[in-house]
Design a protein around this ligand. Structure first.
Ligand code: ADP
Length: 338
């Protein structure tokens, strides 16, 4: 659906080139929710704005729906942009217009003049985001979550195939964030909409994305299915995101290790069958090993239940190795802890 091939982008400020992205290769599949995560200044906004050509790349190719969009003339570009909706961190609503007028705005801009059709589409969109009863209110009368719902209704008003989300939940509290993410997920399923979402929050990616790219210093340092990237991070930047989300610093980890003394430390990942069977305790009992839990987190990545424990095996090394072997055979992924 969306392909970026060796894309580069530099900004020119006072005759100086400021590199923002270099050598970006990405392929986003139709109907998926694709996340891009990175710290501030990593290049996320630039990346997402290249997809609808709000920014033009300094080099490389961008293919959307099989078409090389960089070759589009103005008219083709205008038509193309109608197929892409966008929502923003600060909603960008028109404060002097009502909710319904905000949603109607892009429909009018796209050339629709039939008021009955516009009204019907506005009603349909407001129903989709659960805001029908706020139709005649102004943005200032709405909560942050409601404003973002208007943003979503407006972004979808011209029935785009792609929705770009630029830090869409960063200004919202955790509970509202959850409800907006749930709405995006429903819309993705109902409309088979491709969603590209950028964020600095791992929980956002974990809640709704199918695949993720981690961006750092204008480069993609790691990408893949969210379960793979977050459960088995390889790059230090990804590992830092995982540690931040687990609220666990390296210092705390070393401290824990010091307290446990000798012991083989391993990170165990449970998913699928190993989440529904008591494999860990059974194997620990059979192999006569004791262990200390240093850190742990269980929950879901999108719809997949999974969990991780970092444990220090105590006592006899041979027993610990036998337990590790059996755990691996039972489908638990056993790794050296980072
Ligand atoms: P992020 O969204 O991850 O915070 P950005 O894409 O906004 O990252 O920025 C990437 C880099 O490009 C930063 O160094 C930023 O300062 C620079 N940059 C972004 N937009 C512009 C601009 N319009 N002019 C000059 N430099 C910019």
């Amino acid at each position: 659906m969306i392909q970026l091939k060796n894309v580069h982008k530099s900004y020119v400020v006072k005759d100086k080139q400021i590199p923002a992205l270099s050598g970006i290769d990405l392929s986003i599949v139709k109907g998926e929710i694709f996340g891009v995560i990175g710290h501030s200044g990593a290049g996320k906004s630039t990346l997402v704005r290249l997809i609808n050509l709000l920014e033009r790349p300094s080099g490389g190719e961008i293919i959307v729906d099989g078409e090389a969009i960089l070759a589009y003339d103005n008219l083709a570009l205008r038509n193309f942009r109608r197929n892409i909706g966008m929502i923003f961190q600060h909603f960008n609503l028109l404060s002097s217009k009502t909710v319904a007028e905000n949603v109607a705005f892009p429909i009018r801009i796209a050339g629709e003049r039939d008021t009955a059709k516009i009204d019907a589409r506005v009603d349909e969109m407001l129903d989709l985001v659960g805001l029908s009863r706020h139709k005649h209110k102004y943005p200032k009368q709405l909560s942050g979550g409601e404003k973002q719902r208007v943003g979503i209704a407006r972004a979808l008003a011209n029935r785009p195939k792609i929705l770009l989300c630029d830090e869409a939940t960063s200004a919202l509290d955790p509970q509202t964030t959850r409800s907006i993410l749930q709405l995006l997920r429903e819309i993705n399923e109902k409309l088979n909409l491709t969603i590209v979402l950028i964020t600095h929050e791992m929980d956002v990616i974990r809640t709704i994305c199918d695949r993720v790219a981690v961006i750092d210093g204008g480069k993609i340092v790691e990408s893949g299915p969210v379960t793979q990237v977050f459960l088995h991070p390889r790059h230090p930047t990804t590992r830092n995101f995982v540690m931040e989300a687990e609220d666990f610093s390296e210092d705390e980890f070393s401290e824990g290790l010091n307290q446990t003394g000798e012991g083989m430390v391993r990170r165990l990942t449970f998913m699928n069958e190993s989440m529904t069977q008591p494999v860990f305790t059974r194997i620990a009992r059979q192999c006569e090993v004791d262990f200390l839990i240093l850190n742990g987190r269980f929950g879901k990545i999108k719809s997949t239940p999974c969990g991780q424990l970092t444990v220090a095996f105590k006592g006899d090394t041979e027993n610990a190795l036998a337990a590790i072997k059996q755990l691996a055979e039972a489908g638990v992924v056993v790794e050296e802890s980072f």
